[in-house]
Design a protein around this ligand. Structure first.
Ligand SMILES: Cc1cc2nc3c(=O)[nH]c(=O)nc-3n(C[C@H](O)[C@H](O)[C@H](O)COP(=O)(O)OP(=O)(O)OC[C@H]3O[C@@H](n4cnc5c(N)ncnc54)[C@H](O)[C@@H]3O)c2cc1C
Length: 296
């Protein structure tokens, strides 16, 4: 949305294609570090930026459109959407963001929304008086525990390593409740149930023993994955699948493609950073188009 605002103001002929507005933190109850706002919800922030974007005259927007393919052609690109629409462009700015990382165990897909969740902020209330497992002992995992505390009757935290990595202060807060049991060296092997989740099996990595917990909910908090599959054959990705960019300009390894925000190999993932990246990219695209005789 930031890139859209800047591109419109620079009068670059622009089409903004997005599957949805708001991005990944639309679910955040409180964002307290967005400059200029002491506290605002992700939804409210998204609405305000959308209003700002839609107030621009010089931008075309295609909402609820999933880009499914990008092909290089002569000195430009062909973009295809899942609705079989096709667009031609000289330059592309990718702001594809992240999605939750999945466990990749059997039945995970079957139980999505039926006991397997990825967002405690959204779904913790469903765990009222229920026994729950949180997979992942990092900050995201323990933040999920904090969200679950008012609801769940018991919370297991399954951590792959010997010690959880979350900040000690968050761990302490969770443990003080008396509801939390941390199980370390645990590798999740299976999710089981009937219509809904009934339990989880994990391997105790100390002795390879398979153990079982009866739980009605499983919150997966093992990090994020960049949405870069779409361009894996076009631009250089690092070992984590993030798009490698030149941080001065946000250029990727493919001439004519820039990337911004969480999908890049930038060190930090924050709103204000994604915004700064996008501005750098649009200004650089403007210079590029001018140099190539296409300033407008
Ligand atoms: C729960 C939560 C809370 C957070 N809280 C904070 C906070 O308090 N402060 C802070 O600074 N940061 C916070 N963040 C991080 C912040 O949300 C991200 O840094 C920011 O959203 C990154 O923006 P982005 O545009 O790069 O990616 P995203 O927000 O992920 O947006 C990517 C967009 O691209 C679209 N898209 C992806 N693939 C396609 C495709 N193929 N075709 C069309 N559209 C596509 C998606 O639909 C999405 O709208 C939080 C994140 C989460 C998950």
């Amino acid at each position: 949305m930031t890139a859209g605002i800047y591109a419109a103001r620079k009068k670059i002929k622009t089409l903004l294609i997005t599957e949805s507005f708001g991005g990944q933190s639309i679910i955040a109850a409180k964002i307290q570090n967005f400059i200029g706002f002491k506290s605002i919800s992700g939804l409210e922030l998204s609405k305000l930026i959308q209003e700002h974007l839609k107030a621009q005259e010089d931008i075309e927007i295609k909402d609820q459109a999933l880009v499914s393919q990008i092909e290089k052609k002569d000195n430009g690109f062909i973009i295809k959407t899942s609705a079989a629409e096709t667009f031609e462009t000289k330059t592309i700015l990718l702001g594809l963001g992240n999605r939750y990382r999945e466990l990749n165990v059997e039945a995970e897909q079957k139980f999505k929304g039926r006991g397997v969740f990825y967002c405690a902020t959204c779904d913790a209330p469903l765990m009222k008086n229920k026994i729950t497992a949180v997979v992942g002992g990092g900050n995201a995992g323990f933040e999920s525990v904090i969200q679950l505390l008012p609801y769940a009757s018991k919370i297991y935290v399954l951590e792959y390593m010997e010690t959880p990595k979350a900040d000690p202060i968050t761990q302490e807060k969770a443990k003080q409740s008396g509801k939390v049991e941390v199980i370390t060296m645990a590798q999740v092997k299976e999710i089981f149930g009937d219509e809904f989740v009934k339990g989880i099996k994990y391997e105790d990595r100390r002795n390879n023993e398979i153990k079982e917990l009866s739980v009605q909910g499983i919150f997966v908090a093992i990090g994020y994955q960049p949405n870069s599959d779409l361009v894996k054959n076009l631009v250089e990705l690092n070992q984590y699948g993030q798009i490698v960019v030149d941080t001065k300009t946000q250029k990727t390894s493919c001439e004519g493609i820039w990337a911004a925000g969480d999908v890049t190999d930038g060190l930090y993932r924050q709103y204000n950073i994604a915004i700064g990246d996008s501005i750098k990219a649009v200004l650089n695209i403007y210079d590029y188009l001018k140099l190539n005789g296409n300033g407008k």
